[in-house]
Design a protein. Structure first.
Length: 313
């Protein structure tokens, strides 16, 4: 078995929204962090993170990243892409290469894969399918690694551009949402997710599949988000519900416009399918003793304040 350092964590996705918070949480626990990045990053370096220049399709960089690491945290991936092929290439193939490298260069290490709750329903969309394929790549190497699959629901918080449009709508007193009143979904504040990853790296080895959330039983509906925002803002937030055929038509038009330019559509039919799926409530176990700290009413206020301070709103 390869010798590994329990205090060394190899991290991918460190320059992204979730990854930056994970890097900070790991460093706060006194761990050494070695991160894969395409270029130098002053904010990571200020945290004391070692940078390995490269990408998931560069074998030499992957070997340098994971060599001797006691844990690997894989957070890199695409949440939007111009095609199913691009989702598969980045999320499934990229994960498989990293897993195989870790199995050879860091045998016995914990491998924390930050997947997605969407992986529960791989037939819904190319994104969901690619995330489940990534999980299977890790599961196939459980003979050499300790696999830990983390399926977070929607993640939000300071620094997130994906949920910025939703937060901006709420701040202005309205919210566009799918017309699916029975649908339920969980949420998790990014700092809670990062804290969980730190616990998975340093605490007792947990079960292989985790679905964390913010602790709200039964999750949320769109009306509850609007009401929580209204309570914080002190004004009414109007919910504007869009029927599924309208959203499918909008997604198709967006895809047709983006395809000739090779761009990623802002709304896809796969994303619409995900939005109308009735159950995105987290359900699997989390490590004993770990508890989330922030539910949406507080998380919304914190995130909105950050956006405004940074000039994003």
């Amino acid at each position: 078995m390869s010798r590994v350092d329990p205090d060394l964590v190899a991290l991918t996705g460190a320059t992204g929204f979730v990854g930056r918070h994970v890097a900070a949480a790991l460093r706060a626990r006194g761990l050494r962090v070695r991160a894969l990045a395409r270029r130098a990053d002053a904010r990571l370096e200020a945290l004391g993170v070692e940078i390995v220049r490269g990408a998931l399709d560069q074998p030499e960089a992957l070997r340098a990243l994971v060599a001797g690491a006691g844990a690997v945290v894989h957070g890199a991936g695409l949440v939007a892409a111009p095609s199913a092929r691009e989702f598969h290439r980045a999320n499934a193939e990229g994960t498989a290469r990293l897993v195989e490298t870790a199995a050879q260069r860091a045998e016995g290490a914990r491998f924390v894969l930050i997947s997605s709750l969407a992986a529960r329903e791989p037939n819904l969309s190319p994104y969901a399918r690619s995330k489940r394929e990534a999980e299977r790549a890790l599961e196939a190497r459980s003979d050499r690694l300790h696999p830990i699959l983390v399926r977070p629901p929607a993640v939000y918080g300071p620094g997130d551009r994906a949920t910025l449009p939703i937060m901006a709508q709420l701040a202005r007193g309205w919210l566009l949402a799918p017309k699916a009143p029975a649908n339920r979904f969980s949420l998790i504040y990014v700092e809670d997710l990062a804290d969980l990853v730190g616990e998975l790296v340093t605490g007792a080895a947990p079960s292989a599949l985790l679905e964390p959330d913010d602790g709200r039983p039964g999750g949320y509906g769109w009306r509850e988000l609007a009401d929580a925002a209204a309570a914080r803002l002190g004004k009414r937030v109007r919910l504007v519900e869009l029927p599924r055929p309208v959203m499918v038509a909008a997604a198709l038009l967006t895809e047709l416009g983006a395809r000739p330019l090779g761009r990623t559509p802002r709304l896809s039919r796969g994303k619409v399918a995900e939005l109308f799926h009735p159950d995105w409530v987290a359900g699997a176990s989390v490590p004993p003793g770990w508890r989330p700290r922030v539910q949406f009413d507080e998380g919304f206020a914190r995130t909105l304040a950050w956006y405004r301070a940074e000039g994003w709103l």
